[in-house]
Design a protein around this ligand. Structure first.
Ligand code: TXA
Ligand code: MG
Length: 293
């Protein structure tokens, strides 16, 4: 079933039931090398699922949970291998959404859930976005538009601090107030975050990324009809607001029959801008060579 979280809609199943979790991979057409996040509703569940819940983890969870932070920890054997793609670690978070929290409490088990989109597509921030994926679902719990709009930040911890495995709504500036950032930027395991592919979050139409204000000097205009262009400019907007609405705006352009291609302006890579650029780069990856002027 699909359910709302504060970030994006999730496609959930009992995290302790390998058969149920297998159905998620099939329905989402997700490669099994990409592990799922496990959602909990109570901090006490953390120690039942993960090892090494140290003071730093406690400090992070008391500051950011419920909320858009996923912490990757060594897993206990109760978590089936299919959830973690065979990794010894599991990503866990407590969502800040009443429907999600009640669902987890009522079902009496942790819920494994990826974003409720077909693999590689734009993440869903409304029930209608989930519906248009044409997945075979028992039901969609409609909680209205999500409030955060962009996925959780995924982190791991090593001896000297945290490492960001996926940029998200919680910024490194915020995290560093609680735990120092590791000086090691790469996680030691080559499989640290298998889901971080170069291409992802892709609309069904070409998306070109350009520097702000350079459209009229860009060679794109020689090839593409400006009347069929959906243009996203963020420079006058608060970046938090851009993050909250980014997937909704991409879905709108994807669904608009008058639009054939999308051109988006880059944003500065500070604070939440890093998560926005991560999503835009992946969404435009297939077209990135052809948008350079
Ligand atoms: O906000 C979110 O995180 C949403 C909502 C539904 O909670 N979920 C979400 O899940 O974005 P998904 O499956 O689309 O992305 C999960 C990311 C992937 O990049 C995956 O590789 C990474 O988390 N991940 C999960 N478990 C991991 C692990 N054990 N080690 C490293 N990376 C992991
Ligand atoms: Mg996803």
């Amino acid at each position: 079933m699909a359910f709302p979280t504060e970030t994006v809609y999730g496609l959930g199943a009992n995290a302790l039931d390998p058969m149920a979790v297998t159905k998620i991979f099939i329905e989402k057409e997700r490669p099994t090398f990409d592990p799922l996040i496990v959602h909990i509703a109570d901090s006490n569940q953390l120690k039942e699922l993960a090892l090494d819940v140290d003071d730093r983890v406690m400090a992070l969870t008391s500051e950011f949970w419920p909320g858009p932070l996923t912490i990757v920890l060594n897993k206990r054997s109760i978590i089936p291998d299919i959830v973690t793609s065979g990794l010894p670690t599991v990503g866990i978070r407590m969502p800040d959404n009443q429907i999600a929290l009640e669902l987890i409490r009522e079902s009496g088990c942790p819920i494994a859930a990826p974003s409720a989109n077909k693999f590689g597509k734009i993440s869903p921030t409304t029930a209608a976005h989930v519906e248009k994926q044409n997945m075979n679902l028992e039901c969609i719990l409609d909680g209205g538009p999500t409030t955060v709009g962009i996925e959780s930040t995924v982190i791991a911890l090593n001896e000297d601090g945290y490492i960001i495995l996926r940029e998200g709504f919680i910024t490194s500036e915020q995290l560093s107030l609680v735990v120092p950032q590791s000086t090691v930027k790469e996680h030691s395991s080559p499989l640290a975050s298998p889901g971080l592919l170069k291409s992802h979050y892709s609309p069904s139409k070409p998306l070109y990324l350009i520097e702000p204000g350079t459209l009229y000097s860009n060679t794109l205009l020689d090839r593409l009809n400006p009347q069929k262009m959906g243009y996203l400019s963020f420079s006058r907007r608060d970046l938090k607001d851009v993050a909250v609405n980014l997937f909704q705006e991409l879905h709108n352009l994807e669904d608009d029959p008058n639009i054939e291609y999308i051109v988006a302006e880059t944003v500065p890579e500070t604070g939440i801008g890093r998560a926005i650029m991560d999503r835009l780069r992946k969404a435009s990856y297939q077209y990135s060579k052809s948008s350079q002027s």
